[in-house]
Design a protein around this ligand. Structure first.
Ligand code: UDP
Ligand code: MG
Length: 343
């Protein structure tokens, strides 16, 4: 017998889907989550459309109005009527569901070869889009913008952010890059992978990292907000951090167990010592301080542990309820799927 065996199709794993060609101009979907950003949208959308017109074969801008209470709807209607914004599509959610849900709503509707996400407040400069496309053309499946510095933020927020990422990335197989936000470009393959994830807790920064693929960072310096103020106040950020930690790590649960063991072993030894003392020297009423202090310590620790376990149980409850991530009350623009609710 001679020659090599004919190559066999792998029976172990399905073939990866063929990547779309990256030499021609791509079709692009831009997702813009927006909550009370009427003034910003008026400025951003024409600028964004101009950039897309130059660098994409076809484009759509999906503005997800996350339950705005200002005149966003009115402004979006006016902008939709402009001929140069013919690719504008609007999804209006039935109330404020949060940025993560708004992004998911946009992802479901996006039809482009590549999907770009950017904030409405002009902190994410549309002029950077060509650089994102260039990185994609050179083979990156996900290109994410990384802040060059956080000098524009308060020191408390910076410390909190650093702590959060070090806790989040503790012992994980994939690392969530710090200083990277939702300003990013994704290939169709990445979008499909994200959409296939079933969980309700959409901590996007974690999900991006979880799906993997070829990723590339693109340094940038966020501009100042064009109008209005940040929607993420400290408490809201803390909630988001807790969502992220409980969705992507379970070391807090292990830490609770470890803490329990660390305390129980010395407590047992001390108990033995006290028993021995009692047997040798007889009745001894001293030790009131020990009792009170240890009682308070252990009660406190138990409550904290219960709280940590409770956080995880709460997440399970959210997942089990299986409610949709968001509801759409109104939508317009060419080619939007009729799905009004999605999860
Ligand atoms: N956003 C949203 N829903 C919310 C909060 C914010 O869609 O509940 C949008 C907001 O309109 C903006 C983006 O998310 O386009 C980022 O929000 P913001 O600029 O307030 O956050 P920061 O830049 O301070 O992190
Ligand atoms: Mg902002």
């Amino acid at each position: 017998s001679g020659g090599l065996a004919a190559p066999q199709a792998s029976t172990l794993a399905p073939m990866a889907p063929r990547a779309p060609a990256r030499d021609a101009l791509p079709t692009m979907s831009c997702i813009v989550p927006s909550f009370n950003e009427a003034a910003c949208l008026r400025e951003l959308l024409p600028r964004l459309a101009d950039v897309l017109q130059l660098h994409c074969a076809h484009w759509e801008i999906l503005v997800v109005d996350d339950g705005s209470r200002d005149d966003s709807a009115e402004v979006l209607r006016q902008l939709s009527a402009q001929p140069r914004l013919s690719g504008l599509k609007v999804l209006r959610l039935s109330r404020n569901f949060g940025k993560e849900a708004a992004l998911s709503a946009g992802l479901v509707q996006a039809r482009g070869d590549v999907v770009m996400m950017l904030d409405a407040d002009l902190q994410h400069d549309p002029a950077l889009i060509p650089q994102f496309l260039e990185a994609w053309r050179r083979g990156a499946d996900m290109v994410y913008a990384v802040r060059r510095s956080r000098d524009d933020e308060g020191s408390l927020k910076r410390v909190g952010t650093r702590l959060f990422y070090s806790l989040l990335n503790r012992g994980a197989r994939f690392a969530v890059p710090p200083d990277a936000g939702d300003f990013r470009l994704m290939d169709r393959r990445v979008v499909d992978a994200l959409l296939a994830l079933p969980e309700r807790n959409r901590f996007m920064k974690g999900l991006y990292a979880w799906v993997g693929f070829n990723t590339q960072a693109l340094p940038y310096q966020p501009a100042a907000r064009a109008h209005g103020h940040s929607k993420f106040r400290p408490l809201r950020l803390a909630q988001l951090a807790l969502d992220g930690l409980t969705a992507f790590t379970n070391w807090p649960l292990r830490a609770v167990s470890a803490c329990g063991i660390l305390l129980a072993v010395p407590a047992m030894l001390y108990g033995l010592y006290l028993t021995a003392m009692y047997l040798i020297y007889g009745h001894n009423v001293s030790g009131w301080t020990t009792i009170v202090v240890s009682l308070m310590l252990f009660c406190g620790l138990q409550l904290v542990s219960l709280g940590i376990v409770g956080e995880y149980v709460g997440r399970i409850f959210e997942e089990v309820k299986g409610r949709p991530l968001y509801l759409v009350k109104e939508q317009w623009g060419q080619g939007l799927e009729a799905s009004v609710t999605q999860g």
